[in-house]
Design a protein around this ligand. Sequence first.
Ligand code: NI
Length: 161
Amino acid sequence: MATRKILREGDETLRKISRPVKEIDKHTKQLLDDMAETMYAAEGVGLAAPQVGVLRRCVVIDVGEGLLELINPEIVETSGSKIGAEGCLSIPGRRCTVERPENVKVRALDRRNRQIEINANGLLAVALCHEIDHLDGILYIDKMIEDVTDKETEQKEEKTK
Ligand code: NI
């Protein structure tokens, strides 16, 4: 395993559409391993392959409930909506509010080529939407309602006072 370099906003790779994985081979598994290691090293809750420069539909997520590895993930159902603050490892130091579905159903393959289905709400639902957007070249700031970077910093300062 190895950490990979996380591309920053402005890199055109982040704006490209990723291709589906046709065959889950040793390169796919290596990519997933490296993505997880990179995400944990950066203390993120999710990472999509284009963020490490690979235009393949692979995502890793860990919102504190264990590692999820998703190959060719697709949102098949959504319901409700909720506004919350998000950040992105490709856009460090920034937080903005975004409207997302409250509940999502996602289908994907795991690394053993088995189909998995995830019913998610809360932070996991947000992470799934955010990471799957990356596979289509979409960054969360494209959907920004309000930049709350400074507000959150002020709130933290209030708490530490
Ligand atoms: Ni992101």
